[in-house]
Design a protein around this ligand. Sequence first.
Ligand SMILES: Nc1ncnc2c1ncn2[C@@H]1O[C@H](COP(=O)(O)OP(=O)(O)OP(=O)(O)O)[C@@H](O)[C@H]1O
Ligand SMILES: [Mg+2]
Length: 244
Amino acid sequence: MTDKTATPEQMDGPVLKVTDLTQQVNLEADTLTILQGVSLEINRGESVAIVGRSGSGKTTLLGLLAGLDTPSHGEVELEGRVISRLSEDERAALRARRIGFVFQSFQLLPALTALENVMLPLELAGSERADGKARELLERVGLGDRLRHTPRQLSGGEQQRVAIARAFASEPAILFADEPTGNLDNRTGRSISDLLMDLNHEQGTTLVMVTHDEQLAGRCQRRFSIEAGIVTEPGAEAHTEVVN
Ligand SMILES: Nc1ncnc2c1ncn2[C@@H]1O[C@H](COP(=O)(O)OP(=O)(O)OP(=O)(O)O)[C@@H](O)[C@H]1O
Ligand SMILES: [Mg+2]
């Protein structure tokens, strides 16, 4: 297995520190600002929900937090390392060792079976138990009888569960999930929420999730709202007022 131990300086301070993050894209006529001056800190082991309307910038924010993309301005510091100062290879290595990501569009490899999709990150990490571990994870998401199906042969909700099992496989320190229950019925969604919360409690995994699912958001310790690229933490404002 890969070495998951963080150095002492990585253990101190927030696991994620975001300073004045701005994301803009140049369109033909003008510049579109997708995120505007986002600053926040997330501590190790916290569970965080990010909620907001369609098009408010949630997926863009999550991608920047996970180092999948680089911002126009501002910084993302992950376990004490400024992501934008790392090379492409260093970012990829950091993601492989420390980060799990469940994409809104799943992004499973179409030629591989469910089992092979989940085994892949384990094999890349040199795990000797890739097959057994991947089977266990797929059973936990209720897909023990779909191991040999390719993504095309799976329903949307089933693909979502494979994507979740794959993100769990490398036991990430931080799990980012974009609408992890978005395609699931209430009951399946509830069992996936349970699984996410178990991971948070049992392994101390920091959870950062975009969700429209009130039930899931309600189980998170913190909630950020995003509107037109501006992020607020409504619960924390009340707290600040008390302190001041
Ligand atoms: N590369 C891009 N070029 C132009 N516009 C973009 C680009 N990426 C995102 N946008 C725009 O930025 C806005 C935010 O997109 P984003 O995908 O972050 O929204 P979201 O909050 O995740 O929405 P949803 O809930 O529908 O998934 C959208 O209006 C989108 O059209
Ligand atoms: Mg989105």
